[in-house]
Each structure stands twice: as C-alpha cells, then as structure tokens.
Ligand binder design. Structure first.
Ligand SMILES: Nc1nc2c(c(=O)[nH]1)N[C@@H](CNc1ccc(C(=O)N[C@@H](CCC(=O)N[C@@H](CCC(=O)N[C@@H](CCC(=O)O)C(=O)O)C(=O)O)C(=O)O)cc1)CN2
Ligand code: MET
Ligand SMILES: [Zn+2]
Length: 762
C-alpha cells in the first residue's frame, strides 16, 4: 500500500512564517525576505514528507494567509473593491485578507468564516458583476516547479470547483452556475499547464461533499466534474473529501471522470458502510483517510488493520493509498520539542510528523501475514496499555456528580423578563449600553513579560504586580472613554481556552504545539486527558481588583464549557457529553464564586458553540441539546439580578436561533460588522427578543472605523432590533489589535452610542 498526505501545516515548526509575515506587515522585512522564508519552509516541508517515507507528497498546500483565498485569486473571484489594487500577489492577498487603505483608497477585508468544524478560518470569496472569472495566476504551477527543481515530484492540491462555488458569496446578478461557465475552462487550463510541467496527479479538495446536498447542488457538482473531465488533458485527478461521509453522492462516484477518491473513515464511518454495501468504482484509487488528521492521539493499529481488511475485500490493495482523514494543517508539527510531557502521555500522542510515521507503519503491517507478531504492532498495543496509567483519568467524586446530573435539563429562574427588570434596577444602564468583548491588546510588552515569567526570569509577585498595573490602566482608560460596562482586559491570559485549561485539573499542556487559526494567528490547544475538576477560584481575584478601580460595573469573564471542549484536543476514551458536564460544573462553581464576590455581570463566552455544529442537519439536535444544556448548567444557580452575558464570534445564527434563545443568557454579543445586513436579514422572519450586541466594527482588521460608519451600522440594526434591546460593542475581543487601534476605535464607538442616545432622547 502506498501512503500520502493531503496537506501539511505551513506556519513553520517554530512559527517562522508567522514571525516573517508580521515583520513584513511592520515593514521590518522586504517582500523578497518574506518570499525567501516561504520557499525555505516549503522545501523543509517536502523534505520532511520524503524522509517520513510518504510516497506521494503534496504541493500548493502552502499559503501566506489562506488557500481558499489563494484559489479565489487564482481564478479571478475578486469583488470590485479590490479590482484596482496593485497586481503584486502579496499585496493583493493581504489586502483581501486584512483590508486595504492607502493613498485615499480603501477596501474592507473579505469576511472570515470557520472551516467546517475546525478552529481554522477561511476567507469568504466574493463575486460581483465586475469579477472577471478566468485563470489569472500561477501559484500551483510555480510551487510544483519549485519542488520539481529540488528533485521532488509532488501532487499539487487546490480547492475544487464545487467547494469553491459553494463557499463563495455572489451578489447582484451573479450566480454559481454563471460563474462556473468561466471557472471550469480555467481549471482545465491549469490542469493542462500542470500536466505539461510534469504533474501526474492533481488533488481537488471537495469537503463540501460532506454537507447536506439538495438535488440542485448534486446536479451542479456533477455538471462541474463532467465538463472538467471533458477538458482534462490527461493529468489524473484525486477528488479529496474530509470531515465526514460522502454518502450523499456515493451512488454516483463511478460515473465521475476522476481517477482517485479520498474519503474520511474517521469522522465518516458511513463511508465504510457504503463501500461494503455498494462496492467501490473499479477504475479508481481509494485514498483511505484512516489516521485521524485532527486529533493528537496515536492510531490504534489493530483497529486500523481490521478496517483495512474490510476495505480490501472490495478492492485490491494496490488501489488503496493510506492517508490521514484530513489535512495535517489542524495538528501541531512534532512531539520532538515537547520535553515536559510525562512518559505515559508522550507515548500515546502523535502530531503531524508522528502521523506520517504511522502511515508507513500501517503499510508495513498490512503487508505482513502475521501482523500480531510484528514488533510494530506489539509496541503500538503497549502504548495503549501505558495510557491506562495516566493519573486522574477517572476521578470517582467527579463521576458521582455528573452521573446524578445525567438526563436532567437545567433551568434558571425566574423568567428572562422578570430578570431584566431586576437587573436594570441594579445596574441602571443607559439606552444603547456600551461594552467590549473582554480582551484588550496583548502587546509585545505583555507577551514578553509572560514569557519571562514562564521561564522563571521574573518572580510571581513582580509578574502579578505588572498584570495589576496593566489591568488598572485598562479599566481607567475605559472609564475615561465613557464605556458603561467595563472589562478587566484579560492580560493574565495567554488564550481564553488555554488559560482555563491551566487552572483546571484534567488538561496537559505543550510548549510548542501551535496550530494555525487564521493568517498569522495560532493557538496551542490544551489536551484533555483526565476528568475535569476546579481546584479553586480562577478569576475572582483579578475581577475584584478591576472592580475596585472604578465605580462602573466590571464584567466577570469566563469561557464556557462548549468552547473549552471544542478548542481543546479531546479525549477519545470518554464520551464528550461526560467531559462537557464536567466542564460545565467547573464553570458553574466559578460563576457562583464571582457572584458571591459581588459581581453583577458575568460573561460566559461560547465563541465555538456554532463551529462544531454537525455538518449534516440530522445531527444538529443532539449536539445543540447537549451544548445548550451544559451552558444552562453554568448559570442556573445565579440570582435574578445577576446579568449573564454570552458571546459568539459569528453572527450566522438564523438557523439555530431557537438554541441560542434556549441558552437563556440575558445578553448576547456577536460578530456582525462585516455582515450587519445579513444578520438583519436572518432575523426578519423570526425576531429575536433578548438584549443583543451585534458587533459594530471589525476587530480582525487594522482599519479604524469612524463614528459615522458605526452610526450607519447601528441604524441598519435598528430596523430589526428595538432600541431597548440593543447593546453597542465591537465584534470580538481586542487582543490582536494595537493599543492605538483599540483606543481610537472604542472612542468612535462610544461617541456613536452617545449621538444615538441624543436622537432617542429628542
Ligand atoms: N483558542 C482560541 N481559538 C480562537 C480564538 C481564541 O481567542 N482562542 N479566537 C478566534 C480567532 N482565533 C484566534 C486565534 C489566535 C489568536 C492569537 O492572538 N494568538 C496568538 C497567540 C496567543 C498565545 O497563546 N500567546 C501566548 C504565547 C505568546 C508567544 O508567542 N510568545 C512568544 C514570546 C513573545 C515575546 O517574547 O514577545 C514565545 O513564546 O516565543 C502568551 O501570550 O503568553 C498569536 O498567534 O500570536 C487570536 C485569534 C477563534 N478561535
Ligand atoms: C474568540 S471570542 C473572544 C472572547 C474573549 N472574551 C476576548 O475578548 O478575547
Ligand atoms: Zn469572539
């Protein structure tokens, strides 16, 4: 059996690309320097795949920002506001990703959305009537040639036409069908160019095949591939899917003019059932995704060999290539730099590099007559034996509590309307109250201080004094700007999930296991290995300190159980519903401690609640029931006059409105600035009654909004929301912004709210 991967991380094992790109943004290095760094990284990544024995390495998985954005640029899916940008590919890429402002020319960034159920974000391509669809770049070709000149034959990958069209926003008279007319010839042209350059295979990523598909969508998919097949000059196509099963189109696979199909057998167990009941097309190769490409645990070889032997009853092993279930983009690079993990834990983990080892070992084992006797299999089983010894895997006290809660639904009393008046009596907030989402800029100074503290170069009390000083400045600044509900700024947190993981029992941490979240931004997800317990208060001290710096209310700031779970690497030895209950209990204890300390407004962020919404609608209810119930458990014990906020990063919630409402928070703040109109649209049919703060400016962009711009967004929002329910806040936390950007933007926002209040008073 041959092995392949379908994408590799690109940020660099020491985040070299992040550092180089950020230096380029600050004009500290030239575009040539940035390109050099990128070339060096690509070379390192190809060489690593070869060294790990991968038979078919991949190219064009590199990107300066996002591969979907690269594909959009490649084929001219560019909206009018970027049409007159300089032709330079770096400038165009970053302009579309981050917004552009120069010489009186301004263009806001493309929207950013979550990539399927991962914590990776893609840029949403936009097509309008000005877009000229056609091949207008050569990135896949350049990178293919670059590898070839280093002596490596790679398989270029890019987003396929169906997924590209499905994820694009069309405006005016444009449509996916019309766009396809220009797009397919452009793909054809690219494939010929790649074939002429010596490529044998091209990988077209079609993860959208794992979504629900109606008859029109299926027809579009088939017609795209039929016409691509007619234009294909002979290069072989691997149609690659990920993140679930493709049972929606399985029946028609054999008629597709492609030579290989990649399927996920980890998140899509139904793929195997289909293969067993319907067989697999005789003329195609199966790229079998059997090693989990997005969780950090070792593969269980015994189970994988069983799976492979079931598959090989339906097609010969020469036609099976072993692969991860998705791109390795969602995993850290390597276990090698991790020195602090215990032996048992290290034994049971595998990051991108170790996953490639696993593919090779599985190929060896499968070719053995008696794999049971093979040292590789014995070693693999020993790892799982060792893992049983991990301390804290089962804490009987915790299990006792969760088992008494199973099957219950939690509910806060009294009803929301009654609570609203209790809270108004206590807080006395003006119309259009202003607030922020929590974090303030994590400046170089703060990060450097945290690093010195981590390394033991700065003692605990110096570090704490430093944090308090920053917190005090931050609270005073908000007071001075006239915000109504303040925050402490989250300076003590490296990340909203990693921080809570560090406070709770049950998680372990890595030193260097970074995973790209978007652009140059990375996360280091904690790894859940045991039962969760809260040893003591986590946020009460810093909240109390901040509260004492002002007369205004300061929000207690927590991350909710669903988000902690969704942004961690989760255990596979325990049901996620159990972990969710354990986390909810821990957060609940913290909520009650904050309340007892006098905190009147508590925000429980559920930024990741929507992100793990299953891709197929039939699975939504089960997920949402558990998620919502866990959130309700966090706050079902608070007093009526304690105001519970929640925050979500994406406003696309028209379709899960009932679930959002059922969370029973008093106030929700959400992202909306890049899509104020779409939120208003979604809520036209079914109005939303609770207090809501749709973000009035984009915190992901370095552009500073003006008061007028904010006012016009607020006006749009007031066409759907009652003045008494509208809060005024940014889209999300300010941690990635500079001090100046944060301050000027918030001032514009507060002024806009004040102006609006005048209008309503008159
Ligand atoms: N987990 C998670 N997922 C999320 C979000 C989020 O906030 N958290 N937000 C949404 C958007 N995604 C985001 C993801 C990351 C970042 C982000 O800012 N990440 C930081 C890293 C944050 C962090 O963990 N920082 C640590 C470590 C920082 C670091 O790199 N330290 C240097 C030293 C720095 C110095 O000396 O100057 C080092 O260790 O080498 C800290 O502050 O302590 C980055 O990439 O720059 C922002 C948004 C969706 N998903
Ligand atoms: C990604 S959601 C962020 C919420 C968090 N309270 C912050 O402001 O950073
Ligand atoms: Zn957010």
């Amino acid at each position: 059996m041959k092995t392949t991967i379908i994408g590799y991380p690109r940020i660099g094992c020491n985040r070299e690309l992040k550092r180089a790109t950020e230096s380029y943004f600050q004009n500290r290095i030239s575009p040539e320097n940035l390109n050099e760094e990128a070339r060096a990284l690509r070379k390192t990544h190809w060489e690593k795949q070869i060294r790990k024995g991968i038979d078919f390495p991949v190219s064009n998985d590199f990107s300066f920002y996002d591969t979907l954005l690269d594909t959009a640029l490649l084929f001219g899916l560019i909206p009018e506001r970027f049409a007159t940008l300089p032709q330079d590919p770096l400038i165009r890429t970053f302009a579309m990703a981050r917004g552009y402002e120069k010489n009186g020319y301004q263009a806001s960034a493309l929207a950013m959305k979550k990539w399927f159920t991962t914590n990776y974000h893609y840029m949403v391509p936009e097509v309008d009537e000005s877009s000229r669809i056609g091949l207008s770049g050569h990135k896949p070709l350049t990178e293919f040639r670059e590898a070839l000149s280093a002596g490596l034959l790679t398989r270029p990958m890019l987003t396929g036409p169906y997924t590209l069209l499905r994820l694009t926003r069309f405006s005016g008279e444009t449509s996916a069908e019309a766009c396809a007319q220009g797009l397919i010839p452009a793909y054809g042209q690219l494939l010929s160019a790649l074939g002429n350059a010596g490529a044998q295979w091209v990988q077209l990523d079609e993860p959208c095949l794992c979504l629900d598909m109606d008859a029109d969508e299926k027809a579009l998919f088939h017609s795209l591939y039929q016409s691509l097949g007619e234009r294909n000059p002979g290069v072989k196509i691997l149609l690659q899917t990920a993140f679930g099963d493709i049972t929606r189109v399985y029946d028609s696979l054999s008629s597709l003019p492609v030579q290989a199909i990649g399927m996920d057998f980890v998140e899509g167990p139904d793929n195997l059932l289909k293969l067993e009941s319907d067989g697999f097309p005789e003329d195609k190769i199966l790229v079998a995704g059997i090693v989990n490409g997005r969780n950090v645990w070792r593969n269980n070889y015994k189970k994988s060999l069983d799976l492979l032997s079931r598959m090989s009853k339906h097609l010969p092993e020469e036609r099976i290539w072993l692969a991860p279930s998705c791109s390795l983009l969602h995993l850290p690079y390597s276990l090698a730099p991790e020195t602090a993990l215990s032996h048992e834990i290290k034994e049971i983990l595998a990051f991108a590099e170790e996953k490639m080892d696993e593919l090779g070992e599985l190929a060896i084992l499968f070719s053995e007559k008696n794999p049971e006797k093979h040292s590789l299999l014995i070693r693999n089983q020993q790892r799982f034996g060792e893992a049983e010894k991990i301390p804290g895997r089962i804490i009987p006290d915790v299990r006792k509590k969760t088992s008494s809660l199973r099957g219950q639904s939690f509910r806060r009393m009294p009803d929301a309307d009654t609570r609203k008046s209790c809270q108004q009596n206590r807080l006395r907030l003006p119309l259009f109250p202003t607030t922020s989402i929590g974090s303030f800029p994590q400046t170089q100074e703060i990060r450097a201080m945290r690093r010195r503290h981590r390394k033991g170069e700065v003692d605990q009390s110096t570090y704490e004094t430093f944090l308090r000083n920053r917190t005090e400045e931050c609270v005073r600044l908000q007071d001075d700007m006239g915000l109504d509900v303040l925050v402490h700024g989250e300076f003590e947190r490296n990340d909203m999930v990693e921080f809570f993981g560090e406070q709770l029992e049950g998680f372990v941490f890595t030193e260097n296991a970074w995973v790209q979240s978007y652009g140059t931004r990375c996360v280091k997800p904690p790894i859940l290995v045991g039962d969760v317990r809260r040893p003591g208060p986590m946020t009460v001290d810093i909240w109390r300190f901040a509260e004492n710096c002002t007369k205004k209310p300061v929000k207690g700031m927590l991350t909710g159980p669903v988000t902690i779970l969704n942004w961690s690497f989760v255990r596979e030895d325990v049901e996620s519903t159990e972990c969710l209950l354990q986390l909810a209990l821990a957060i609940r204890e913290e909520v009650l401690d904050l309340e007892a300390a006098g905190c009147g407004v508590i925000q429980i962020d559920e930024a990741a609640l929507r992100e793990k919404l299953p891709l197929k609608k039939k699975d939504w209810k089960a997920y949402l029931d558990h998620a919502v119930n866990a959130f309700r458990l966090c706050h079902d014990g608070v007093r009526p006059d304690t105001q519970i906020h929640t925050h979500m990063c994406y406003s696309e919630f028209g379709d899960i409105l009932a679930a959002i409402d059922a969370m029973d928070a008093d106030v929700i703040t959400i992202e909306a600035s890049r899509s104020a109109l779409s939120l208003v649209d979604q809520l036209k049919e079914s109005p939303y009654a609770r207090d809501i703060g749709p973000g009035v400016y984009d915190i992901h962009s370095p552009l500073i909004p003006g008061e007028k711009e904010i006012l016009s967004r607020l006006e749009i929002l007031l066409s759907t929301f009652r003045p008494e329910q509208l809060w005024v806040n940014p889209d999300c936390g300010l941690k990635t912004r500079s001090q100046k950007e944060a301050e000027q933007s918030l001032r514009a926002m507060v002024n806009a709210a004040k102006t609006l209040r005048e209008t309503y008073r008159a």
